[in-house]
Design a protein around this ligand. Structure first.
Ligand SMILES: [Zn+2]
Length: 249
């Protein structure tokens, strides 16, 4: 085991109960070579990966290649990541489904995005929605349910929407987290992840952005996946599995 993962391994060893984790990668449709490279890392370790796809950015050929890979690997899922990944807010934090958009505009974007992805992915598309920048409004939640989407994934710090029929599957850890605009080191990431394990957060969702992950960063991730794969206390799951746990909890 790599030395930088010592705290993570210790936190896992000390857990009285198994540790559940899922992995979400955002922005399929952009930097697709790096997306395929990230998928390879997960396939190598036989761990599940949920890929958030931008409907307006994905082309037919890439979608077909992704779906083929998923059929062969078996543990890769796809879901909707907004519509065009465009900021519509005149000021403040960027948001595609934010307060300045009418219900009708949100509903139209969600529906046409879902329709496009269903055409490209068919049954391989999960009923899950990740809003760009992990932010949306309560009105978004109702539009999602109307569109046949059952799971919303945002940041764990967001207040639960409490929309009937909509489970939430939040992300607690950002693999590429920045602090004051500077990427944290792998040691700092390991310390924060070990803290989540120790605090019994369950399941823990980890977010990636393949577009900014180079070969070295993917190899660092491979260290982590190697540990999680081999550790007897870890249960890696898909987002659908994680969401069904939150419904039954
Ligand atoms: Zn995104």
């Amino acid at each position: 085991m790599s030395a930088w993962l010592r705290d993570v391994a210790r936190a896992l060893d000390e857990r009285p109960a198994p540790f559940s984790v899922f992995f979400r990668d955002d922005d399929a449709g952009w930097a697709n070579d790096r997306l395929f490279a990230l998928m390879t890392v997960f396939e190598r370790h036989d761990l599940p990966l949920d890929v958030a796809v931008i409907p307006h950015a994905i082309d037919r050929d890439t979608a077909a290649r992704l779906a083929r890979r998923a059929r062969l690997a078996g543990r890769i899922g796809f879901h909707q990541h907004g519509y065009a990944h465009i900021n519509h807010e005149p000021d403040g934090r960027p948001c595609e489904f934010g307060p300045s958009r009418s219900d009708a505009a949100q509903r139209a974007d969600i529906a046409r995005g879902r329709e496009q992805l269903l055409m490209l992915f068919g049954d391989a598309l999960g009923p899950i929605f990740t809003p760009p920048w992990n932010r949306c409004t309560r009105a978004t939640g109702a539009c999602l349910v109307d569109a046949g989407i059952a799971v919303l994934s945002r940041d764990a710090t967001a207040v639960t929407l409490g929309v009937p029929g909509l489970a939430e599957c939040p992300i607690a850890s950002d693999w590429l987290q920045k602090r004051r605009g500077v990427p944290i080191t792998r040691d700092e990431w390991a310390a924060s992840f070990a803290d989540l394990i120790a605090r019994r957060v369950d399941p823990v969702g980890v977010m990636f952005h393949h577009a900014v992950m180079d070969h070295g960063n993917r190899e660092t991730l491979a260290d982590l996946l190697n540990l999680l794969r081999r550790h007897g206390r870890v249960r890696a799951m898909t987002m659908s599995e994680a969401a069904s746990r939150s419904l039954t909890a």
